[in-house]
Design a protein around this ligand. Structure first.
Ligand code: SAM
Length: 403
């Protein structure tokens, strides 16, 4: 089969008898022999059995789990080629709203070992990832995307888990901060945690709940509690187990600088504001910043770093944006993968806010939201911030101006 395009999942696209076949770990222009591993009514999924004509951008994937754990999509290509493909993928998506303008790309300095957070699944006494390709559990003893200090902590946890078995342990997550790594054990229900000295050089958080970044999850105990701080663009703030934080620190700084450069000395709404870091950065230039965040733990961190011209609102954006939208010059939208509720967009349009800075990590909801917004706004700038190298995930920031 000839690979004719690349899908937003990062998989190559081929066609056989008119039916689409997705082939992971390929490049546009390659010719490959394919074994079909899954068939659905709309498409098939194939696996390379032989490469007949290889891309000149192919490299040997450095990770032994590549293609198995499902975390990475572009280890088989040079980084420059990966960025070209990411631009192409975004171009394809934005064609759906008739955008054919320029797309800028900010590359990451670190292509591996950039993640300040990883979350592993615990199964049968082992830690691993659930493959998004096969949904199988794949045990791993390392991960090339994680920061190196996290990998040292992972080694310690693996040793600990080889001696202690837990029935209700779901996940073990790692978050790095200024001077160390926090280890988080997430249990689906309460279970006795046997503390072991092997863990004593790390803060250890015991939480009970379904998902980690949720107000419903309860932190029940913290061992070796230290002052855990994170520093970003000269700002220092608390770090906790549950709040959202961009995973690639260097790229987060580049993204926030870009947002800062695109606002004036104005009144700004920072919707989906998380721990308030971006609000704090913007508050140095803007007249007033209103941050809106629904998660309590994130809101509390934002309250601690608040400057006098910052207002933090602990609510759902869709419930309160109408109240704060009058006399606002710009709004920053940085929603989770679900994108914005339609009420959020209609309130912004109704309030006649001149500029929207939309940060997205999910194409399908971005394109859905842009379909409404581009009736009233023109797209001025589009920039990819390569927050997640070697994976097909994309972080993109758009500047929209009212017609
Ligand atoms: C992608 S994160 C962005 C956080 C922040 N802008 C940053 O750069 O760290 C999305 C945030 O939106 C919050 N969130 C999700 N849905 C929300 C809603 N409907 N209303 C308010 N906040 C929401 C999440 O808790 C999370 O903190």
């Amino acid at each position: 089969m000839k690979i004719i395009d690349i899908a937003y999942s990062g998989n190559g696209v081929a066609k056989e008898n008119g039916k689409v076949v997705f082939v992971p770990q390929t490049d546009i222009g390659e010719e490959v022999d394919v074994e079909i591993v899954k068939t659905t009514s709309k498409f098939d999924i194939g696996k390379i059995s032989e490469i007949e004509k290889a891309s000149p951008f192919r490299v040997i994937p450095p990770c032994p789990y590549y293609g198995k754990c499902g975390g990475c999509d572009f280890q088989h290509l040079t980084y420059e080629r990966e960025l070209e493909l990411k631009r192409h993928i975004l171009q394809n998506e934005l064609k759906k709203i008739n955008f054919s303008g320029e797309i800028d790309v900010e590359k990451s300095e670190k292509v591996y070992n950039y993640r300040n957070k990883i979350k592993l699944t615990y199964k049968n006494g082992e830690l691993g990832y659930i493959s998004n390709l096969t949904h199988d559990f794949v045990a791993v003893d390392s991960c090339m995307l994680a920061e190196k200090n996290i990998l040292l902590a992972l080694k310690v946890v693996r040793e600990f888990l080889s001696k202690n078995h837990f029935q209700y342990l779901k996940n073990v997550a790692f978050r790095s901060y200024q001077n160390g790594v926090m280890i988080i054990f997430l249990f689906s229900q309460k279970e006795k945690f046997v503390y072991d000295e092997v863990l004593n050089s790390y803060p250890v958080v015991i939480a009970v709940g379904e998902i980690l970044e949720s107000d419903k999850t309860k932190v029940v105990k913290i061992y070796n509690n230290t002052d855990m701080k994170y520093r970003l663009m000269g700002e220092e703030f608390d770090i906790d187990a549950k709040s959202f934080l961009q995973v690639n620190k260097d790229m987060a700084e580049k993204l926030y600088k870009f947002v800062l450069n695109n606002i004036g000395e104005q009144v700004v709404i920072n919707a989906y504001s998380g721990q308030g870091v971006l609000s704090k950065i913007l508050s140095k230039k803007a007249k007033k910043v209103v941050g809106i965040e629904m998660q309590k733990s994130s809101h509390l961190i934002a309250e601690k770093i608040k400057s006098p011209n910052m207002l933090n609102v602990n609510a759902k954006v869709e419930d309160v944006i109408g109240k704060f939208a009058t006399d606002v010059d710009a709004v920053v939208l940085d929603p989770a993968r679900e994108g914005c509720k339609s009420e959020v967009l209609s309130e912004i349009i109704k309030a006649n806010i001149k500029k929207i800075i939309y940060i997205s990590c999910n194409f399908s909801t971005l394109v859905r939201d842009l379909k409404s917004l581009t009736k009233f706004y023109k797209i001025d700038k589009v920039k990819i911030f390569d927050m997640f190298p070697k994976t097909a995930n994309l972080e993109v920031c758009l500047i929209l101006e009212k017609f």
